[in-house]
Design a protein around this ligand. Structure first.
Ligand SMILES: [Zn+2]
Length: 232
């Protein structure tokens, strides 16, 4: 079993939240035979972690890496990430199929930014696998999504793609991405798609999720929130 706990579930909002307790940025804690965290946009919450996986170098994913303890091993899907790690940090360059303890970590490249390479992770342990993908416009290859139990997908926007100047990078809306998966007949084996990296247009959440669910009855769409514990 993989124990996953969402630390934060929001995208990079331009406005501060009214509720100060809400964590600003998306990241999660994972426990298999090792303790992992994915991304470090929020300050370290004192939970013991052995390995910190980094998806990309945007501030909402690495902004607080300086607050993480010295013993942490920073796992980098690209060696270009090393320059942004804290001085003296222990780093581990992930291969296309890395094994840490008995946990398989497969970083995969996605189209998101022209300034930083951006990755998702497919993580497998014992008989369970899931994909964690907070920021993306499009994956370079959809085959990584096949034969996977669960998806955790960024929902920075509900219906409208977020395109940055020059249209060379940005975020696809969750509506458009789920349509792409459906067109390719790709579904998580357990049907469950958890939404992370929630943008402003995903709120009010209950209303927007039930609308999205009606568009895709074949998937079971579930939202995440700070602190939610999910056993996979
Ligand atoms: Zn982000």
């Amino acid at each position: 079993m993989i124990k996953l706990q969402v630390i934060g579930s929001r995208a990079n909002w331009s406005k501060p939240f009214k509720n100060k307790k809400i964590k600003k940025f998306t990241s999660c804690f994972l426990e298999t035979d090792k303790k992992f965290q994915i991304d470090a946009g929020n300050p370290w919450d004192k939970k013991k972690i052995n390995y910190l996986l980094i998806t990309h170098l945007h501030q909402d994913h690495i902004g607080k890496i300086q607050t993480y303890p010295k013993e942490t091993i920073f796992c980098l899907p690209s060696k270009t990430f090393a320059k942004k790690m804290p001085k003296g940090a222990r780093t581990l360059l992930l291969k296309p199929n890395s094994k840490i303890g008995n946990t398989n970590i497969q970083p995969f490249l996605v189209h998101h930014s022209i300034h930083t390479l951006t990755y998702g992770f497919k993580i497998s342990y014992q008989k369970t696998s899931f994909i964690w993908l907070p920021d993306y416009f499009s994956p370079f290859n959809f085959s990584v999504f096949k034969k996977t139990d669960y998806f955790f997908l960024g929902a920075s926007s509900l219906k409208r793609d977020i395109l940055h100047p020059g249209y060379l990078h940005g975020q696809i809306s969750i509506l458009h991405f789920l349509r792409k998966l459906k067109k390719r007949k790709i579904s998580p084996k357990k049907r469950k798609i958890y939404l992370i990296h929630l943008g402003l247009s995903m709120f009010p959440l209950k209303e927007k999720i039930s609308w999205l669910q009606r568009q895709f009855p074949e998937y079971h769409i579930i939202t995440t929130y700070d602190g939610i514990k999910i056993n996979l």
